[in-house]
Design a protein around this ligand. Structure first.
Ligand code: SF4
Ligand code: MG
Length: 329
């Protein structure tokens, strides 16, 4: 099956005063139709920047410095603004952490849904209102007909994020980029909104790139997991496989932190040290200053991605997993 989305050797740089900082370094992955790909990592690992690049929303000083983004067989990273806007509303939708990013405070919820549909779909106004009503009911908004006339500020955070889901799905996109979609919500609401997202995707065959710092969200919702660290993809594989036997020491650290996170709702990671920032890159494996398995070569040679079971891991420890499939450095 051909992939819905292919990200090939993506490189994003940030133009700083005297030099160019690397925010995303040679990241490749694909998402087949209908798959939920979880993208996880610490804050600053490059998850959101990757999503932003796919949406064509990178803003100066950040820019795509290399690689390709292919959607349904067509390259999209070189589309002009208008073509990309059309694609974004219709085929690729976004859900961000803060619902107020997606909602216009001056428009009623009904009007926003209707205008979005009229912009992208060949339907008339009456049909759009009918669909808007049906969508609000589907996302669990009580009294949906009355709520069509509400403004975003009249709803709770959880209800607003449900409206954002209705908006994301209203044009039946093939792909949703969801960046920390439940992070800003009360813990009691998070699971409900995540369940709703999962159900709507499953019923429609919509694929999702689910960006999160929360391994619990990954375990709940993702078919596969991509782990990012310091702008690089360090491991990717089926969720079940990664939960059972992560190959990369960083992923193992994330796994070990799940019980702590659940208990305290706290930080992602108990691994000492911190992730290198783009203005202070680390040679070799970017994780080596924090890795308890570090070897001499890790300090100077950057590992490529090696096959490890059903996963790919960018770690020298995985080098002899399956030499035949070893990609070129
Ligand atoms: Fe650790 Fe070396 Fe693997 Fe990097 S390449 S994660 S430093 S063992
Ligand atoms: Mg982010």
């Amino acid at each position: 099956m051909s992939a819905l989305l292919e990200v090939e050797n993506l490189r994003v740089e940030i133009a700083a005063r005297a030099r160019r900082l690397v925010a995303i370094d040679d990241v490749s992955f694909s998402i087949p139709e209908g798959e939920v790909l979880g993208v996880v990592g610490e804050s600053g690992a490059g998850k959101s920047v990757t999503g932003t690049a796919i949406l064509g929303l990178l803003e100066r000083p950040a820019y795509q410095a290399g690689g390709r983004i292919v959607f349904r067989g067509n390259r999209i990273d070189n589309l002009d603004g208008e073509a990309m806007r059309a694609l974004r509303g219709r085929e690729i939708a976004a859900v961000f952490q803060d619902p107020l990013t997606s909602l216009d405070p001056l428009m009623t919820i009904g009007a926003q849904l209707v205008e979005t549909m009229l912009t992208h779909l060949p339907i008339d106004r009456q049909e759009a209102w009918t669909r808007a009503h049906r969508l609000l009911a589907e996302v669990g908004i009580p009294a949906p007909r009355e709520r069509l006339q509400s403004y975003p500020h009249e709803l709770s955070g959880g209800m607003r994020q449900r409206v954002v889901l209705a908006l994301a799905f209203c044009c039946e996109p093939k792909l949703i980029i969801a960046d920390e979609p439940t992070t800003a919500l009360d813990v009691s609401i998070q699971a409900q909104v995540l369940d709703l997202l999962k159900r709507m995707c499953r019923e429609r065959g919509t694929a999702v790139m689910l960006v999160t710092h929360d391994m619990g969200v990954i375990a709940e919702a993702a078919d596969r997991v991509a782990v990012m660290y310091a702008g690089r993809l360090v491991e990717i594989g089926p969720t079940s496989e990664i939960l059972r036997a992560a190959a990369h020491p960083y992923t193992q650290g994330l796994m070990a932190s799940i019980p702590t996170m659940r208990r305290r709702g706290g930080d992602l990671l108990q691994i000492p040290g911190s992730m290198p920032r783009p203005d202070a890159p680390v040679p070799g494996c970017a994780f080596h200053p924090r890795c308890s398995h570090v070897m001499d070569r890790c300090r100077s040679e950057r590992p490529s991605s090696f096959v490890s079971g059903a996963s790919l891991a960018a770690c020298w420890l995985a080098e002899h997993g399956a030499p035949a499939a070893r990609p070129r450095p």
